[in-house]
Design a protein around this ligand. Structure first.
Ligand code: PXP
Length: 256
């Protein structure tokens, strides 16, 4: 039987953003992760950034002990992060590009351009036992290079689609053209990746409105969503915010 909805990975980074803003011990992303799981999340996702602006190493280590679903560690392909992943043993590692000055992850990994380097890195990451995912743009060459690397999962970057969707709803871009182009790239990319035997995930910039059209794309099995859930949780509480996102995924999948 087909699953009724894609899996939801809840990214709790921005709970830690709020904590780090005042260097307090609250709000705790570990508590948020437990509530997300109670509400039905299938995975907890964290990005340990080089500058430690939100999630800290301690959070990752505690989450490894407490998460009862799956722990997905997003990280840059650096020596420091390799050592951490080998010592923590997350269920899944998502390799992402990282620039110090960026506000959030801009663009996907350049797999084609860094093929040999990534190949060596992935070989060294394998003993961690984690499934390996690459965060890439929905670009045919990047998808095919990812498949050649032998990773299990690709996460398609939905940032350009979300930009187009935001502009469309704000009427800054009155034509549907950009939105349709971006949506089509994701549809084609998901199909291509799935045909190559990859598990397809998606994420970045998704919110309660723009997620439905993406959840309708059948080959996408998993979503990693953070900022919009944490923002909504400020008003309605964490469990309800997660449940409402699950409902949006169900509604989108039913439409597909
Ligand atoms: N997936 C990946 C690979 C990311 O880097 C991020 C941002 O950390 C997300 C998903 C979540 O994005 P957002 O917070 O915009 O939902």
């Amino acid at each position: 039987m087909k699953p009724t909805r894609p899996r939801l990975g809840v990214n709790v980074d921005h709970v830690a953003t709020l904590r780090q803003a005042r260097q307090t011990i609250y709000p705790d992303p570990v508590s948020a992760a437990a509530l997300a799981e109670l509400a039905g999340a299938d995975q907890i996702t964290v990005h340990l950034r080089e500058d430690r602006r939100h999630i800290q190493e301690r959070d990752v280590r505690i989450l490894r002990e407490t998460v009862t679903t799956r722990l997905n560690l997003e990280m840059a392909a650096t020596e420091e992060m390799l050592a951490l992943a080998l010592s923590v043993g997350p269920d899944m590692v998502t390799l992402v590009p990282e620039k110090r000055e960026e506000q959030t992850t801009e663009g996907g990994l350049a797999v084609v351009e860094n093929f040999a380097t990534l190949q060596r890195y992935i070989e060294r990451l394998r003993p961690s036992g984690a499934y390996i995912s690459l965060f890439i743009d929905p670009d045919p060459d990047q998808i095919e290079a990812s498949a050649r690397l032998g990773v299990e999962i690709v996460e398609l970057h939905t940032g350009d689609y979300c930009e187009a969707a935001a502009h469309f709803t704000n009427r800054l871009r009155p034509s549907r053209f950009a939105l349709d182009v971006e949506l089509q790239r994701l549809v084609e990319g998901a199909k291509r990746a799935s045909n190559l035997g990859l598990v397809v995930a998606a994420g970045h910039g998704l919110n309660y409105k723009n997620v439905e059209a993406i959840a309708a794309i059948e080959p996408i099995e998993e979503f990693n969503i953070g900022h919009s859930i944490v923002a909504h949780a400020v008003f309605v509480g964490f469990e309800r915010a997660v449940r409402e996102m699950i409902e949006a995924l169900e509604a989108g999948r039913a439409r597909g």
